[in-house]
Design a binder for this molecule. Structure first.
Ligand code: 13P
Ligand code: MG
Ligand code: MG
Length: 382
């Protein structure tokens, strides 16, 4: 059976600031998912939150970009928005940037990651279908650049690249230019690694502009391993409306990397753009699913769930909360300390986001006003 896993995530309101959606909002979306399963639009579905974002994780047979699936997610977020409004919550409907999407909600505000594959228990390569779902809050799609680079390009992080003949064949990476304004299509480049690994590095050096959008196996070129929601809200809205809190799907095991290889780079607590007002550079903290943002600043967060899927595409019966494990407690403490130290530098230089990012915030007006006060001081010849 040809199955699509779709993960669609949006911030449509939160309790007491950008912390978490309310229980009632989550219940509204869960009820929608139950109905969608009952009416066989979905085969299975799960609703979670990471910080203030609600993620709907779904399996179905309608393919990536299917209008009815996207419409379903949009309508579910609208229902949660109503609930948020009624309760007077903050930022109701924040990520629903258009009145009504034409079909596909990619580019309309919500983050979308989707992968289609054959679910065939008799398959030689994929008798089982384990996969991971990542959800980030207070960061952008480029937040996955470093961990995905470490995973697919660097045997210092992923020994599997040396140990598995199937991984050794390498991968095809699709990298998207997120500064390209939507209209005439997406601007993308496909690079094969390990051959083009330094070219990949040159692009990923700028995670505000370039992001890995997809990764394909070169052992089985039809098999997509990774999908990342690589769009930027400020390019859609033209102004700062919240961060582009990204989701990603990573298929694992067999001809793909193992889950323990996929999560290894998150022990670093790498710096990403995001945090408070989406305008800082801060280390990202791996957290348990359904974690609230409540610390000082708005530390970027990432959650990770591990699923298996049966022959009927059911995957929610049991799952593993990867970053909820005790193994990550030392990392969390390290990241909080790293963040505390780094924030002591305040706004000066690299602790705030780059000027290209700040261009979507109110600092532009202050700089324009100051610009008019500048004078050129000429040297007086004596
Ligand atoms: P979100 O994008 O998660 O809503 O956060 C926005 C923000 O400005 C936090 O300070
Ligand atoms: Mg928010
Ligand atoms: Mg958010």
């Amino acid at each position: 059976m040809r199955i699509t896993v779709s993960v669609i995530k949006a911030d449509v309101g939160s309790v007491g600031g950008h912390t978490r959606p309310s229980e009632r909002m989550l219940e509204v979306v869960r009820a929608q998912v139950r109905e969608a399963v009952r009416f066989q639009l979905l085969l299975d579905g799960l609703v979670t939150h990471t910080g203030d974002d609600i993620a709907i994780i779904m399996s179905h047979t309608r393919g990536p970009g299917a209008h009815e699936i996207h419409r379903f997610a949009w309508d579910s977020f609208l229902a949660a928005t109503e609930e948020a409004r009624a309760a007077g919550l903050y930022g109701a409907g924040q990520d629903l940037l258009v009145d009504a999407p034409s079909g596909n909600v990619r580019g309309a505000g919500p983050a979308v990651a989707e992968i289609e594959f054959d679910r065939d228990p008799a398959s030689r390569d994929r008798p089982a279908e384990p996969f991971l779902v990542f959800a980030g809050d207070k960061c952008g799609p480029g937040a996955y650049n470093y961990p995905l680079y470490a995973l697919f390009c660097d045997p210092m992080h992923n020994g599997g690249l040396l140990l598995s003949p199937k991984l050794r064949r390498g991968f095809a990476l699709t990298i998207i230019d997120m500064d390209h304004k939507a209209g005439d299509g997406d601007r993308v480049v496909q690079l094969d690694v390990p051959e083009r690994v330094w070219d990949v590095a040159c692009l990923l050096q700028n995670p505000d502009r370039f992001a890995i959008e997809a990764v394909y196996s070169r052992w089985k070129p039809d098999e997509q391993i990774v999908s990342v929601s690589a769009t930027r809200l400020h390019n859609i809205a033209g102004t700062y409306t919240g961060k582009d809190d990204p989701v990603a799907i990573v298929r694992t095991q067999g001809i793909f990397p193992a889950p323990e290889e996929v999560v290894e780079p998150y022990t670093l607590g790498h710096f990403v753009t995001g945090d408070c007002r989406g305008s800082h550079v801060m280390p990202i903290m791996p957290v348990a699913i359904n974690t609230t943002v409540a610390g000082p600043y708005c530390l970027p967060l990432v959650s990770c769930l591990a699923f298996s899927m049966d022959k009927d595409a059911c995957f929610t019966r049991e799952y593993v909360d990867m970053f909820g494990n005790v193994a990550w407690e030392a990392t969390r403490l390290k990241v909080q300390r790293k963040a505390d130290e780094w924030r002591r530098q305040g706004f000066v230089g690299p602790t705030m986001a780059s000027h290209a990012e700040l261009a979507y915030t109110g600092i532009v007006d202050a700089l324009a006003a100051l610009d008019r006060e500048f004078v050129v001081r000429h040297e007086v010849q004596v």
